[in-house]
Ligand binder design. Sequence first.
Ligand code: SF4
Ligand code: SF4
Ligand code: SF4
Length: 363
Amino acid sequence: MSYWYSENRPQRQFGAVFDTNKCIECQTCTLACKTTWTTGRGQEFMLWNNVETKPYGSYPLAWDLQVLSKLGPQTWEGDTYTGQTVFEAAPAGLRVLGSERQSIDYNYPNVGEDEILGKVDRGGSLSLPQEMWMFYLARICNHCTYPACLESCPRSSIYKRPEDGIVVIDQGRCRGYQECVKACPYGKVYFNPSTGTSEKCIACFPKIEQGLQPQCFVNCIGKIRLQGWVSTPDKVKEDNPIDYLVHVRKMALPLYPQFGLEPNVYYVPPVHVPDQFLFQMFGPGVTKAKEAYLNAKEDKTLKGLFALFGCTERTIPYFKIVGDYAVALDDDRREIVRVPIYEPVVVRKAQDRIYQIMRSNTT
Ligand code: SF4
Ligand code: SF4
Ligand code: SF4
């Protein structure tokens, strides 16, 4: 695809995997970010992290529908996208196919929450195969390899940090033209009317610099998130947990790869959602990714790796399996933490004879 600037990859690239199957939309992540970074004047409406219910939820309003409907036919040949990205589809004189944002687009962050696709009719929800579905999609800035926000900025105020690939806006240079707000197809840049500048997720870089995972990751109740470093396909390290899920097992997929930005947050797709919908959202790898996830319980490495999600505040650059334990390793491959791969199951008797009570939950 045609990007304005030449390829310039950082020394290492911030990456993450979100397991959509485990998200309960508790919004703890949203509040963790909100209370850390966006409590100031002019930031009231900002949700650098948000969680929306698909298929109907979206924040800002219809962010993905707007791009998908403008992009034209999105065609694939095997694993290769052959349609236009937001860069080739840009109108004459512009670098990116953008979306105009109105203030009303930010008024309904919970639109479509918990709404399922399909009609619930006289117990129809119990039918198999599952015809009714919804799932929760947690979203932050993707710290893209080819950021549309960066490309669109007439002041060159946006840059990718060379040391970690995190995309940030230089608040001193920004003049509030809002080209980035329009250009980001994921709707992840916000204009602050109080400061007159644009703002976005900064991947909690002060924590990243200390080897710690971001706020929305470590506070995640469902333990759906893992932050690390993602390599290019020619430099994959099998003991890098992000590489393993993205490149080796191909279970974690980019969000709307057809946009052309190479986003660096990857999703394990929800196994109960029809492939047709997921194909449009995560690309052609969805069928195999779902199969691998459904078989993960038979696979010690995968099962162990998923046990490492949410187990430590430290970033996990490497991992290994030792016996029945999954071990998180730091940059020097020293142990950070180890967790059991198999949790013991304790079955308690329904009646406790000592206390003469009946238990309602016995497993
Ligand atoms: S905290 Fe975790 S489980 Fe809760 S909504 Fe956020 S991503 Fe989902
Ligand atoms: S998700 Fe949007 S704001 Fe984030 S780097 Fe990509 S284009 Fe920029
Ligand atoms: S990574 Fe940090 S700044 Fe970005 S959404 Fe999460 S908590 Fe907010």
